[in-house]
Design a protein around this ligand. Sequence first.
Ligand code: KIV
Ligand code: ZN
Length: 531
Amino acid sequence: MNSESDPISPVSSRSSAASGHVRIFDTTLRDGEQAPGFSMNRRAKLRMAQALEALGVDILEAGFPQASPDDFAAVAEIAKTLTSTTVCALARCQADDIDSAGRALQMARHARIHVFISTSPLHREHKLGMSKAQVVDATASAVERACGLCHEVEFSAEDALRTEPEFLIEVFNAAVAAGATTLNAQDTVGYTTPAEMLSLFTYLRQHVREADQVIFSAHCHDDLGMAVANSLAAVSAGARQIECTINGIGERAGNAALEEIVMALKVRAPHFGVATHINTRKLFPSSRLLTQLTGQAVPRNKAIVGENAFAHEAGIHQHGMLKHRGTYEIMLPQDVGIAKTRLVLGKHSGRAALRQRLQALGYTPDGPALDAVFAQFKVLADKKREIHDADLEAIALGQDPDATGPWRIVQLNSATHLGGSASASIRLLHEDGQETNGVANGDGPVDAVLRAIERASHRDLQWTDFNVRSVSEGGDAQGQAQLTAHYGQHDWCGQGISTDIVEATALAALVIINRIERQASAHAPVAAINL
Ligand code: KIV
Ligand code: ZN
């Protein structure tokens, strides 16, 4: 068993709480991905998993293998690919789930099975229909079974924060006796407060048997906006693993945001006295990669990774900043991987300069990937006088293979008629050589182009959300269109970038069409298990 217990503790002389290392357990690809609008295909998950490994997460929850064949395959592929990060698979306290998790993790260099069961009275009675004794028995046999398949086993109590504390101790004791080395308390419904978290973790560390041999972990949801504060309170009380997601994505209001936890522990290191192994300079690129893969942008004012997080507009702030940065800035943009300069490159810049600038921004394309970025950069430089970091990021992140093909746009026309409707025509080329056209009128050029692309692709989509924003500065700035569509019981997202917003819209719609098409050809739909 991969024992990570650490010496010395305020509670016991051998407790893991004395360790200065807080393990980051990333669940972007499990809890995050299961939220509506955030689904990713297998290739996108693998790409994100590699970025998370480069970011330095200790444990990566890759999925719930029993949920669907696709989830199983994604976990297996991630397990086979990652080298240093522990790959974790989720399982309910059921033999089939645990066996699936074990099989999916077979090729992992470092593996963990994560078993969970609901412990609160509400869940016991209404969700499970189980008595306390049955929950304890199920815990013990599930953990034991998982330990037979994997060296490292984590046990989670779902809805732990609404569970009787004495019963939680009973369940955790059963899990430890059966071989679990990480005990996770889940605030499944985002109900708790930092003060409650502090007292629960203090109580757990005092009463769980062999508390000094296990890692205590917190998993917080953000329904009341306290997920990060609650996670940090757990750390203050000795938790040494935090479960979180990039950009805070996850069920309902989301999970605790990884970037906020990591930067709080870093910026306030003297206060918390602990550290993570995260390479903070990769936080921003990881966040941007996720937005690209899911098509879901973060709010401008999102802490750490939002566009405004380091912008100082107010005159009084700018005045202070010019005298001393520390007046209004508690961390440097570079610390989280934002390497902002005003003007970066222009049409005469070469490949080497582009590569250097991309590296400064946290991207490392090489060979054909760099060639593709360079080619797009040159096209953009012909249209746009100044190329900003945001433009480069958009190009680098736009190399998403799912966004390119099987369809591509070969012709697009749109016209707006004063006082009347708009019209658009589009010609699409499929990678198998088939060409189709779509012509439509609409209330405006965006409406017309969306109708035209539906006709050309023979897909009847319900467009549910549309946003356009500028990704850089100036009148010739690129516009980023973000679209959401409902199709086949799923929400699909896509982003497109161009100096022309109608073209950006068409590209975003094309990403959605391509995602649907790839998904349809990859496999027939399967029913997912809801947790
Ligand atoms: O928040 C939670 O309780 C969970 C479980 C469903 C694993 O994520
Ligand atoms: Zn959760």
